[in-house]
Design a protein around this ligand. Structure first.
Ligand code: UN1
Length: 476
């Protein structure tokens, strides 16, 4: 049984949970301890005691620890990738790439630990000088989703530790395996006991205790918009610092002058790889009328070539949906799309494979109206819709017409339109001739409108959330 890590000790839980492989429901990946509210309180206490000790370590010591973590992750990327693919269902090459990304993130933030700069100014009053210092926030609560079981934990935990914070980490219930493996690596990297704590368990118990504890000064969360609202109501009202990455309904605009092959690759990769289970997934293709029939035809042809199957089988392009409730939701949206009058041009049906799993063929709806539910609500599965547009201006208007604003793409050879789109699309990330999903780890990540709240994640900009400034006035 895999235990929780509290105050430097592996601890049994009051109950346990099975981790099931969505590619093969008879395969139990492991048994994981479930923390309760009391365990969570103990972890928060330990993190509170450890934080000043860890912050007093030299930047070199913090950098060395993060670098060791990154090195081990990279050395074990195949093994950890297999575990990830087995518990989450993304295909093995994607899973290995995700593990490798996590390793690089730790190495990036090892460097960042050495690059914490301040500012020095003269005061407006003579004889006084001003220093602006960066300091850790304190105990940080980290709550992560199931769709990136190691990369998202890495891009929150690594900067938290780099800047001298301590961590209470609650991974998604569905994917404790990768989180546990990461915790084990971190545990062996000689951090003071209690600097990093792992609490596997329910959001309503572990998560809620973290949200309500005044000792947890900051919460970094990635997940659904609904959960984001609840976090705001609990932790927001007690003035915790919040960083939240939530949903998307990301548009990919395809103009008449686009290179067709590239547009099709961007669309298929962005919408359907990782089984469409990415907040950055393209779920709306907004296509100018001149290229519309060619684009739809080419996407349908490409979708029919994709192989859906067991995530660990060689040659598979799309693994299963992650769990039963997500599977039901995806298939339900296919029914909603049909009922709304969209045309189901490809896929959208459950598939049988040798092993029992949550398999479905990637669904493409065409002739969609931008106001349909399938064109407005985040589905978080392999379902995309095509919306015709009269011209660039209308495509941009449709692109902006949802509550979300995470990642927006455009395929065009027009410098004029690409430049205009980069400036005017309402999103935190914009992609020209490249998929909306699959981002770099060394630059800021985040959205606008209902997609995100608080300072950006990743890259050097992560310092905004994981530190606070202190302004020091000195009269010599
Ligand atoms: C990516 O597209 O590479 O939950 C990352 C998500 C995002 C991460 C996407 N926070 O899907």
């Amino acid at each position: 049984m895999n235990k929780n890590l509290i105050a430097g000790n592996w601890c049994e839980g009051r109950s346990v949970r099975e981790n099931i492989n969505p590619s093969d429901l008879s395969d139990i990946v492991g048994i994981y301890a479930q923390a309760d509210a009391e365990d969570t309180q103990r972890a928060i206490e330990a993190a509170t005691r450890a934080q000043p000790i860890w912050a007093a370590y030299s930047s070199q010591q913090r950098a060395d620890a993060l670098d060791r973590i990154g090195t081990e992750i990279l050395q074990r990327q195949t093994e950890l990738g297999e575990l990830l693919a087995r518990e989450e269902g993304k295909v093995l090459p994607e899973a290995i790439a995700e593990v490798s990304r996590a390793g690089h993130i730790f190495k990036f933030f090892a460097g960042e630990a050495m690059r914490v700069t301040g500012e020095h100014l003269d005061s407006v009053r003579s004889g006084i000088e001003v220093d602006i210092l960066r300091q850790p926030v304190g105990v940080v609560g980290i709550i992560t989703p199931w769709n990136f079981p190691i990369a998202i934990p890495a891009w929150k935990i690594a900067p938290a530790l780099a800047y001298g914070n301590s961590v209470v980490f609650k991974p998604a219930d569905l994917v404790p395996g990768s989180a546990w493996a990461l915790a084990d690596i971190i545990h062996r990297s000689s951090l003071p006991d209690g600097t990093f704590n792992l609490l596997m368990g329910r959001g309503s118990v572990v998560g809620q205790t973290m949200l309500e504890s005044p000792k947890v000064r900051a919460i970094s969360f990635t997940g659904s918009a609904d959960t984001g609202q609840r976090i705001m109501q609990s932790a927001g009202t007690r003035m915790a610092k919040l960083q939240m990455e939530m949903g998307g309904k990301n548009p990919l605009v395809v103009l008449n002058d686009a290179e067709l092959d590239r547009a099709v690759e961007c669309a298929v990769h962005g919408a359907f790889f990782s089984t469409g289970q990415r907040c950055t997934a393209s779920s709306r293709f907004i296509v100018e009328k001149g290229i519309y029939p060619h684009f739809v035809q080419a996407v349908v042809t490409r979708l029919e070539q994709l192989r859906v199957g067991h995530a660990l089988e060689a040659g598979i392009d799309i693994g299963p949906v992650a769990d039963a409730s997500q599977y039901e939701q995806d298939l339900n949206y296919v029914d909603i799309g049909k009922a709304e009058g969209a045309f189901l041009a490809s896929g959208g049906v459950p598939l049988k494979r040798e092993t029992e799993g949550f398999y479905m063929s990637p669904a493409l709806f065409t002739d969609c109206d931008p106001h349909m539910r399938i064109a407005q609500e985040e589905i978080f599965g392999p379902v995309a819709c095509v919306i015709p547009a009269d011209n660039y201006e209308q495509a941009l208007e449709f692109a902006n017409a949802t509550p979300f604003g995470l990642s927006a793409g455009i395929c065009t050879t027009s410098l004029k339109h690409a430049t205009h789109y980069k400036r005017h699309v309402q999103s935190g990330m914009v992609m020209v001739n490249t998929p909306t999903a699959g981002v770099d780890y060394h630059v800021p990540f985040g959205g606008t409108k209902a997609s995100s709240f608080g300072p950006r994640e990743q890259g050097h900009h992560a310092i905004e959330f994981f530190t606070t400034t202190k302004t020091a006035y000195t009269q010599a």
